[in-house]
Write a protein that binds this ligand. Structure first.
Ligand code: ADP
Ligand code: S3P
Length: 165
């Protein structure tokens, strides 16, 4: 099986869906953020705070390129699509599935979450809307798009299984 790359905004459910699919298909899953934390020995918010976003983006590309691309489900960080190099890499080596979620629901899903440095501070709603609109066309370069808004994890996982046959 070719790698399945799940892309989408923070809170779109990439990690949750990857774990569900991993269980159902008995295929391992890796999360690029977890991989970066393992390699660097630092938590994502610490990398942003001490080294900055650009350094994080370098780790992210290195991580993407070092993770195996056969028989695996990869949940990516929400900003992986920012680099053309990453978008091309994923499309070349696997099936890229964009998990769409409306910003209003993202806001609800991430209520109380403090692990995403880009959403730190006041006016989360405006932050989410602005980053979302900047990125939408990049997410849409995926091979497939699934709308996860108001849908259960099981329904979404089933739809992905239909896509990959
Ligand atoms: N389809 C869904 N419906 C409702 N809540 C969801 C759904 N998918 C994920 N969530 C919840 O949203 C939050 C973010 O999910 P997560 O998988 O961490 O997203 P991502 O990896 O894309 O950032 C978690 O609390 C998760 O339980
Ligand atoms: O959208 C982004 O730029 C980011 C998303 C996060 O991952 P999740 O999409 O898993 O939250 C994490 O990689 C980092 O905080 C940056």
């Amino acid at each position: 099986m070719r790698a399945i790359y799940l892309t989408g905004f923070m809170g779109s459910g990439k990690t949750t869906i990857a774990e569900k699919l991993s269980f159902e298909l008995t295929v391992p899953t890796i999360d690029t953020d977890d991989h970066i934390e393992e390699v660097t020995g630092k938590a994502i918010p610490d990398i942003f705070a001490s080294e900055g976003e650009e350094a994080f983006r370098k780790y992210e590309s290195q991580s993407l390129e070092s993770i195996p691309n056969k028989n695996i489900i990869i949940s990516t960080g929400g900003g992986i699509i920012l680099k053309e190099q990453n978008r091309e890499f994923m499309k070349k080596h696997g099936i890229v599935i964009y998990l769409h979620c409306d910003p209003e629901e993202i806001l609800k899903r991430l209520e109380g979450d403090s692990s995403r440095p880009l959403l730190k501070g006041d006016n989360r709603k405006a932050k989410i809307e602005s980053i979302f609109s900047e990125r939408l066309s990049l997410y849409r370069e995926a091979h497939f798009e699934i709308d996860t808004t108001n849908r259960s994890v099981s329904e979404i996982a089933e739809e992905i299984q239909d896509i990959i046959g």
